[in-house]
Design a protein around this ligand. Structure first.
Ligand code: PNS
Length: 170
């Protein structure tokens, strides 16, 4: 694709960012001119980490890639993509279980904005089972998530879990 590759939006909740997300961001940054990691501003989803915390974790762990930007968005993803002049929505696919939801979203987004293409990438094998929800659950129950999230995220998790009511759902 070379100089035609343009801007890709990598959207999500990132609650918190995992090494699986970072693997996709790194692969995307190697292909596209720029990758915008776009955090959904949706309080209805009742995130575990605040927006500021999620942005801090993302910004710190993507600082080594000069063509990666971290931003927030609200409303329709395709409107944000169009406003940012992005041709591509980048999504990671782990297993067959991800497929149905991703397929629905990709086709709905195409219907809304045919000029925006969804590109799926597959993370490195060690991360193919990884999700933010599992990371929070394992961490809450005292298991180690070392190697699955950046060190900063591990610290955020430990600190948050020590502070919270141990009975809280994640
Ligand atoms: O990785 P996640 O947390 O499941 O991300 C979901 C996300 C943010 C990509 C999706 O919920 C989204 O795009 N929300 C924005 C609202 C929107 O455009 N909805 C229609 C999608 S077909």
């Amino acid at each position: 694709m070379g100089e035609e590759a343009g801007v890709a939006i990598y959207p999500g909740s990132f609650d918190p960012v995992t090494n699986g997300h970072l693997d996709i961001i790194e692969r995307g940054a190697g292909i596209f001119d720029k990758v915008i990691v776009a955090v959904l501003l949706n309080e209805a989803k009742a995130p575990f980490f605040s927006l500021e915390e999620r942005l801090d974790m993302l910004r710190t762990s993507t600082a080594q890639w000069k063509n990666v930007e971290v931003d927030t968005f609200d409303g329709l993803l395709v409107s944000y993509a169009t406003a940012r002049k992005a041709r591509v929505i980048l999504r990671g696919i782990r297993a067959v279980s991800d497929f149905e939801y991703e397929f629905q979203m990709a086709l709905m987004n195409r219907r809304l904005a045919p000029q925006v293409e969804t590109v799926f990438m597959v993370p490195a094998e060690p991360y193919s089972f990884l999700s933010s929800s599992l990371v929070k659950e394992v961490s809450r129950l005292g298991g180690s998530v070392s190697g699955l999230v950046p060190a900063l995220v591990e610290r955020y998790l430990q600190e948050r879990i020590q502070r919270k009511d141990p009975g809280k759902r994640v």
